[in-house]
Design a protein around this ligand. Structure first.
Ligand code: DON
Length: 304
């Protein structure tokens, strides 16, 4: 396994064609695109790393997997009254479907859906309480209390996040946002601004590879049925309008973020985190996707 990761770093990680770093969040535009890291945590307790696997990066939309898990813990199936479970086929920040679909986002991973989930988590509380809950959950599943928000990234997005503000207000107009819109956006922007390394992220995803139980501590995180459903949403919706392509090329439940990270789950075996800041045209890590494609070729880990 280590040899496969070293080969991926030496070949794909060194590619000249790295995609384009997200620049609509000014703070992310400052990230050096020449970084590349990969980490694999296995359910039997091994950790394999290569490249910049210990470097912190902004997990962005990958955090939507964690906020969804927290929301399911609080509301159970009530979450599905607020967001759907279908792929959107539209860009992550699109507003078009909301108007035709009564303000209900297609799924919890597009921006509108994750904003609706942030609203669900708030439940009348202050953003800092909801955020403390999400951060505590991430620290628990990563078994690492050092994980934090990157305030600069959160503030940078708050200052420029007009599209997300538009999505939130549009949903509020349909009566679908119950808390003050600025609370909801503050919660959403901050959980997107959690900073983690590939090593921490791969560790955090292990419960999804192990039927909802942390295989290293033995702690029950979610029931097996819930882990299965979260994985299915990651497979169908985790890469937005690139989800079909990701399933075709990689064939694993995965969630991308505009920071250039991807979390991919190999049910029963492993959790993989890869990071390369340059994105493809739909906003998913270009080299990260290539790395996962190579990894499943080498391991046969695709679920198909
Ligand atoms: O709301 C946004 O635009 C960002 N905080 C998250 C978007 C994102 O990561 C999309 N992923 N590929």
């Amino acid at each position: 396994m280590q040899a496969i990761l070293d080969e991926i770093v030496a070949t794909i990680g060194a590619s000249d064609d790295r995609g384009k770093v997200a620049d609509y969040i000014p703070e992310l535009a400052t990230v050096d695109p020449n970084q590349f890291g990969i980490a694999i945590a296995t359910v039997d307790g091994q950790m394999f790393c290569a490249g910049d696997a210990e470097q912190l990066f902004s997990i962005q939309s990958i955090s939507k997997v964690f906020s969804l898990t927290v929301a399911l813990g609080k509301l159970g199936d009530g979450v599905w009254q607020r967001v759907g479970r279908e792929p959107s086929g539209d860009p992550f920040n699109s507003i078009v479907q909301l108007e035709h679909e009564n303000g209900k986002p297609r799924n919890p991973f597009i921006n509108a859906g994750a904003i609706a989930v942030a609203d669900a988590i708030l439940m009348g509380h202050q953003p800092k309480e909801a955020l403390a809950e999400v951060l505590q959950f991430v620290r628990f599943i990563a078994d690492d209390d050092s994980i934090c928000f990157d305030d600069k990234v959160a503030k940078s997005e708050l200052a420029t996040g007009h599209r997300n503000a538009a999505l939130a207000h549009f949903m509020a107009a349909y009566g679908r946002i119950k808390n003050p819109v600025d609370y909801v956006l503050g919660t959403y922007f901050h959980h997107c601004a959690i900073a983690m390394s590939c090593q921490q992220l791969a560790r955090a995803g292990l419960f999804l590879a192990a039927d909802g139980r942390d295989p290293l501590t033995g702690a029950r995180v979610v029931l097996p049925n819930r882990a299965r459903r979260i994985n299915s949403l990651m497979m169908m919706c985790g890469h937005y309008d690139g989800s079909g392509e990701f399933a075709f090329r990689v064939g694993l439940p995965g969630k991308s973020g505009v920071g250039g990270g991807i979390l991919a789950i190999v049910p029963g075996r492993a959790s993989i985190a890869v990071w390369s800041p340059g994105l493809d045209t739909v906003g998913n890590s270009k080299l990260g996707t290539q790395a996962l494609e190579r990894l499943v070729q080498a391991t046969g880990w695709s679920v198909f």
